[in-house]
Design a protein around this ligand. Structure first.
Ligand code: LLP
Length: 441
């Protein structure tokens, strides 16, 4: 398996974005996230092209998948909009001078400070999650003498899982306003009357890492039906945001749908549903996260201890783990691993790749066929571009990794590696615990 611009070079080493991975390990150290710029650019172009048949559309990158100041600049240059879910993500975008008008602010429990910050920055849309927030936004906007442009997040009752979906009757979700309970219509009507609110449309997000995309057809039908119901009640909404969710390949067994196929389904479903419910085609927004950056990311590690338990298992431990990739422990996610410095050698052994955290569950890949490994070998774990760096932690006081972007043979830092000093930068010792430089026992 390979992702993006990956290939094996004449040294027999793995190469990404024209850069030798073994050289990158020497230059920047390990563990290291490698970001394949060309792949992100290609995916962004595919996304922009895939909705072109619709009268109006917008592609919004879900920043929670991977957000840095540099990434915001790249997104801007690609003409993509940005979805943020916290004051911190919004701050990151603003630091990058990302155009505020193309920022969508999500979240099921935005604080008053976050809402004010978003309104002051002039974000494009606040995606309002509940009535309490609706009233807050209206009040803050009125105080500022503006009308906040918003979308309302509704839950259509379609819940997508990795390989299938269910339609849920009870709408048991912390996000959004239940559509089937008539609550959503009441909230739309309320929003329409509030002086600080300029209601533009509705939003839904039905799941993530979706392989069976027929659930989008069901969701679109329900959302368009809702827009038609709203219209019958005298309110015309012009925007429909369908969220993100398209799956990516983590292992050879995964067969994700292409962005083009996904776009075709969206376009067809939107046209069919608007025809069926007799409403004009609204502006369609989508919010891909994982499918834009997932396959563009590779994490490289150095092998340390190798432990063979005869007849049972061989563990190869690496210098990272659940701190940089919590997805294995959290979701039992599966990944593909390559020995970057033995990329053209035959896989003759089975290894379980373990992290270095003090926890038995800290594994990265189970039972992977690899060439015989030795300490010092460089392993590359593929498709770690989404929800890895953004979910990284300092568990065990491990410094967070550096991120480098590679493009046509050159590499640049996107995020520096944390230092030990960074780890204690915000710590402090209460004065009463210290006398004359001596800690009281
Ligand atoms: N829009 C909204 C409102 C979302 O909640 C999400 C993801 C997205 C867009 C982007 O979805 P994507 O295209 O990336 O599937 N930490 C989990 C994933 C959580 C996704 C949460 N929402 C993981 O590592 O799998």
């Amino acid at each position: 398996m390979k992702t993006g611009t990956m290939k094996v070079n004449t040294n027999g080493y793995l190469e990404i974005g024209g850069c030798d991975v073994v050289e990158l390990a020497k230059q920047y150290g390990t563990p290291l996230y490698i970001f394949d710029e060309e792949t992100v650019v290609k995916k962004a172009e595919e996304y922009t092209a895939c909705l072109q048949e619709l009268p109006d559309s917008e592609v919004i990158f879900a920043g929670k998948a991977f957000l840095t100041v540099g990434m915001c600049r790249l997104l801007d240059s690609l003409g993509l909009s940005l979805d943020v879910v916290s004051g911190g993500e919004l701050y990151t975008a603003l630091q990058a001078e990302f155009p505020a008008g193309r920022i969508y602010f999500h979240g099921n429990n935005k604080s008053s400070d976050e809402l004010k910050m978003a309104l002051q920055a002039g974000v494009g849309r606040i995606v309002v999650d509940n009535i309490q927030e609706l009233n807050l936004v209206s009040n803050f906007a009125q105080e500022m003498g503006i009308r906040a442009k918003i979308l309302l997040r509704v839950t259509p009752g379609v819940e997508a899982h990795t390989h299938s979906y269910i339609q849920t009757g009870q709408l048991d979700s912390k996000f959004g306003i239940g559509m089937q309970s008539e609550q959503a219509l009441a909230v739309v009507q309320l929003a329409d009357t509030l002086p600080g609110i300029d209601l533009r449309g509705v939003h839904c997000h039905i799941g993530s890492q979706i392989f069976d995309i027929s659930c989008f057809d069901v969701a679109i039908d329900l959302m368009v039906q809702f827009l038609a119901q709203v219209l019958r009640n005298g309110i015309q909404l012009h925007e429909l945001d369908l969220g993100g969710g398209l799956g990516v390949r983590h292992t050879i067994d995964d067969e994700p749908v292409s962005i083009a196929e996904f776009g075709d389904l969206l376009v067809t479903s939107v046209k069919q549903a608007t025809n069926k419910y007799q409403i004009p085609v609204p502006k369609i927004m989508i919010e891909p996260g994982r499918s834009l950056v997932g396959e563009a990311g590779t994490t490289i590690y150095q092998v340390g201890a190798i432990k063979e338990i005869p007849g049972i298992r061989t563990y190869a431990s690496v210098d990272g783990g659940m701190g940089d990739n919590p997805r294995v422990a959290l979701y039992q996610a599966k990944y593909h691993v390559i020995a970057a410095n033995k990329a053209n050698k035959t896989a003759d052994k089975i290894y379980t790749i373990a992290g270095k955290c003090c926890e038995s569950g800290d594994m990265l890949v189970h039972d992977a066929p690899l060439p015989t490994l030795e300490a010092g070998d460089i392993l590359a774990i593929l498709s770690t571009g989404a929800y890895n760096y953004s979910m990284a932690s300092n568990y065990n006081q491990l410094p967070r990794l550096a991120v480098v972007t590679v493009y046509k043979g050159s590499s640049d830092i996107l995020v520096e590696r944390e230092t030990y000093a960074d780890l204690v930068r915000l710590h402090s010792i209460p004065a009463r615990w210290v006398t004359d430089s001596t800690v009281i026992k």
